[in-house]
Structure formats: structure tokens, C-alpha cells
Design a protein. Structure first.
Length: 104
């Protein structure tokens, strides 16, 4: 099992750089993780925005934002303080939004 160095000791100053270092370390034990991403939520506007990502295959969607209440699956996760792992994107994600279409 990989031992992780504390992220504050990573020489990269950016959060994106730190996430990429973390992703690289994860790949030693979990080589199929092709993307890690974080989003930020602005409660007053109900807007969820892409924040940082580490994408190993393809190109990350840039500058994506959506109203949280327009995405029932993410709203459910937020309301229940849960996270998600998508093991099979084509089986679990259905098109119809910019982000879902990008994933597919």
C-alpha cells in the first residue's frame, strides 16, 4: 500500500499541483482511477463550479458551473453529506447535460 506524504510538504504551490501529486500516488495502488475532481459550491447563488482536477485521459471540462438544484443526483449527495465514486460511467451516467455529455 502506498504511503502518502502530507500535502503541505508537496513542493507545488497550487492546489491543482497538489491534487495531481496525490493522484499520482493513488495510481500506484489503484491504476484505474483516471480522474479526481473537486467542485466548490456558492450557497447564495446555488452555483456548483469545477474547481480543481487531475485528469489522466482526455481533456478536463473547463469552467463548468451549474445550479445545484438543477442536478438531482448531486443535490441528493449534498443533502445527505455523501460522496460518490463512478465505477462505470457509461452504465451510471445518462446524457442530457453539458457535463454528462462530456463524460460520455
Amino acid at each position: 500500500m502506498t504511503s502518502f506524504q502530507p500535502l503541505h510538504s508537496v513542493t507545488s504551490q497550487s492546489l491543482t499541483g497538489k491534487l495531481k501529486v496525490f493522484h499520482e500516488a493513488l495510481l500506484a495502488d489503484y491504476p484505474h482511477i483516471c480522474r479526481l475532481a473537486c467542485a466548490i459550491y456558492d450557497k447564495p447563488t446555488d452555483v456548483l463550479k469545477t474547481f480543481i482536477n487531475s485528469t489522466r485521459q482526455g481533456h478536463a471540462i473547463a469552467g463548468y458551473e451549474v445550479k445545484l438544484h438543477d442536478t438531482p443526483s448531486l443535490l441528493h449527495l449534498a443533502n445527505h453529506q455523501q460522496s460518490r465514486v463512478i465505477d462505470d460511467i457509461s452504465a451510471e451516467i445518462h446524457g442530457g447535460s453539458v457535463h454528462s455529455d462530456w463524460l460520455l
